[in-house]
Design a protein around this ligand. Structure first.
Ligand code: AKG
Length: 265
């Protein structure tokens, strides 16, 4: 590990996130944007009601419903590239595994406000949430495809429980809404080419505005039992795996899901 990696790892451990400015060349972002926009246009056409009423993201961008095999390969190559894997390895030392991709955009419905949450709150009751923030590791790597207002984070909440203000806002209790300002929130504006790496279980929110279109790559620690969360559709085929320089992120997921075909890989 280089000094830079050690610094990023310690920043992640302390704050729950780090940003690397200008990490990807504009040419790479431009190519990625083209593929992702192809997905986005087709997804919107297919999900008109959901898009207009309540959507602010889509998922399974690497799946085969909206993209060709060549376009999917471009995404798999990006996700497993040395640059991305260096950052994954900086935060997950033990066999990092691919979970999914999500695409974040501005909601069409103006009533939808940017809301504070921990990702684990959608799967677990409060008592379990208190536990999982210490036990498990799901990490988002956010790749903004256009300049955006970015994200707002409450530093350190990947390792600590909410204070009273945070809990009231996140749970929308005692007269609070999940879009209220939080005293300890840190805004992180992002530009196309930057990379933001953050813990999914820290208190955070996406900031709506500008032309945001952000590709999030979700990865997890193989020790955590997230295999069941992974939709097989988002994984590369055996043939695609063979073409990747470093397929380990996907192989680790397939091993957990027991769908690995070892032949020739
Ligand atoms: O950007 C957003 O709208 C929310 C992002 C988020 O919550 C996440 O990536 O987990």
């Amino acid at each position: 590990m280089t000094n830079k990696h050690i610094q990023l790892t310690s920043q992640y451990n302390e704050l729950g996130y780090f940003v690397v400015r200008d990490y990807f060349p504009q040419s790479e972002i431009k190519a990625l944007r083209q593929v992702v926009q192809t997905f986005h246009r087709a997804w919107i056409a297919d999900n008109q009601t959901f898009y207009k009423q309540e959507a602010f993201n889509s998922s399974v961008i690497t799946g085969n419903i909206y993209l060709s095999d060549n376009e999917r390969m471009a995404l798999f190559e990006f996700i497993s590239s040395t640059k991305v894997m260096d950052m994954v390895n900086a935060v997950i030392a033990n066999k990092p595994a691919f979970m999914n991709t999500q695409l974040f955009f501005n909601p069409v419905n103006p009533c939808l406000k940017d809301f504070w949450h921990r990702d684990c709150q959608y799967d677990h009751d409060i008592d379990i949430q208190k536990q999982v923030i210490h036990d498990t590791q799901v990490v988002h790597l956010r790749v903004p495809l256009f300049d955006e207002l970015g994200m707002e984070m409450v530093p350190g909440t990947h390792k600590r429980w909410d204070n009273e203000e945070e809990f009231n806002v996140r749970q929308e209790i005692n007269g609070h809404e999940s879009s209220d300002a939080l005293s300890l929130g840190e805004k992180i504006p992002l530009k196309a080419g930057d990379l933001l790496v953050f813990s999914a279980d820290m208190i955070h929110r996406g900031l709506y505005g500008l032309d945001r279109l952000a590709l999030d790559i979700l990865v997890f620690d193989s020790q955590a039992d997230f295999g069941d969360y992974v939709d097989e559709q988002c994984l590369p085929s055996t043939n695609m795996l063979k073409q990747l320089a470093d397929p380990s992120l996907f192989l680790n997921t397939m091993t957990l899901k027991s769908i690995l075909c070892h032949e020739g890989i």
